[in-house]
Design a protein around this ligand. Structure first.
Ligand code: PEP
Ligand code: MN
Length: 360
């Protein structure tokens, strides 16, 4: 390995760059395709890291399972020609050993690997003592704890240049997305690990080129730190994920349309207005909590009376009446039926829990 390159790669933490862009084909297919794609991406002047799948986890056997180790020299060549850092998916200690011997800068753990603590532990053990940048994709299923488990295993192995990739979650029968974004899960992850960078993978969320811009913009609005997007010099003939890859040129157009957001503003007027509105929100939130607490006190009294009168805790007709009335009121004030429904469901369930406690 070229030590100069190694030192440069280990000294810089690419994840510290806000607005990091990782792009490249779903799979490395041949040297020409990879180098051509890398050159076109590099010419945009906006891409930091070249991604390419070398080993592909496929649902069915017999499909194209990646070119394997023989693709790593192509990646190294693309890196030398363009100066882009490189990223590959690893799922085993052997993948890591091979990737490191070809000076790959960023390793990512795929969604099908994050679900398996055995594999994650093997990966963590193999990475011990390295200074690699590792990105962990969310698990295929919406299980926050599995994602957290992977962070903890890698942290314990001393891997501190860690980032997360939100690529959406598998759900049966979802037609709008290939993998439903379920934004509340990455938002919770950002709350739990505020210092770990969060990247969005709109390609695997959308599963098609349609929607890439809006999903990417939404991630920027949610203060994500960057994007990992699939881009291929000839998407129509790509061996994997053909429908969701875009040409580097289209990627350039899309990146230009994105509106970057800051977590704060330097304009005094904006800061003052925000502070004022937030104070109003804080006051209203406190009022809401007091109102809910009062409501629960009354629910408790009703529970005691129901016990005395031997009346059932659950009164479906009454609940339906409340729901209909509040949905109508909410609608007239611009609140959606879905939102009122889920708020009232949470409140009603808590009332039932309180009344059940009295009655048992
Ligand atoms: C990929 O990035 O090409 C890939 C296989 O992703 P995921 O693990 O999100 O399915
Ligand atoms: Mn892919």
């Amino acid at each position: 390995m070229n030590t100069q390159t190694e030192n440069k790669a280990s000294a810089t933490n690419i994840l510290l760059k806000k607005g990091l862009i990782i792009a490249g084909p779903c799979s490395a297919e041949n040297e020409e395709q990879l180098v051509q794609t890398a050159m076109e991406l590099s010419a945009l002047g906006k891409v930091d890291v070249l991604r390419a799948g070398i080993w592909k986890p496929r649902t069915n056997p017999g499909g194209f399972e990646g070119v394997g180790t023989k693709g790593l020299p192509w990646l190294l060549k693309a890196k030398k020609l363009t100066g882009l850092q490189t990223a590959v998916e690893v799922a085993s200690p052997k993948h890591i050993e091979d990737a490191l011997s070809f000076d790959v800068d960023v390793l990512w753990i795929g969604a099908r690997t994050t679900v398996n603590p055995f594999s994650i532990q093997q990966i963590a053990d193999a990475l011990k003592g390295t200074d690699k940048t590792v990105l962990i994709k969310n698990p295929v299923n919406p299980d926050l704890k599995l994602w957290i488990g992977a962070i903890e295993r890698l942290n314990k192995a001393g891997i501190h240049k860690l980032g997360l990739i939100h690529r959406g979650f598998s759900s049966y029968g979802n037609t709008q997305y290939r993998n439903a974004p379920m934004w509340q899960i990455p938002i919770e992850m950002k709350r739990l690990y505020p210092s770990i960078r969060m990247l969005c993978d709109p390609s695997h969320i959308c599963g098609s080129t349609f929607g890439l811009l809006s999903v990417s913009q939404k991630s920027l609005d949610l203060d994500y730190d960057g994007l990992i997007i699939e881009s291929h010099c000839d998407p129509a003939n790509a061996l994997t994920d053909s429908e969701q890859q875009i040409k580097p040129e289209q990627l350039g157009v899309m990146l230009n349309k994105l509106v970057p957001k800051n977590s704060t503003s330097h304009e005094d007027g904006i800061i003052r207005t925000l502070e004022n509105l937030r104070e109003q929100i804080d006051n209203l939130d406190e009022e809401m909590i007091s109102l809910i607490a009062n409501r629960m006190k009354i629910a408790k009294e009703i529970g005691e009376i129901k016990k005395k009168g031997q009346i059932t805790v659950l009164q479906s007709t009454r609940y339906n009446e409340i729901l209909t009335r509040l949905i109508n009121k909410g609608n007239s004030m611009g609140l959606s039926e879905k939102f009122i429904g889920s708020c009232m469901e949470a409140i009603h369930l808590e009332s039932i829990r309180i009344q059940n406690k009295i009655n048992c």
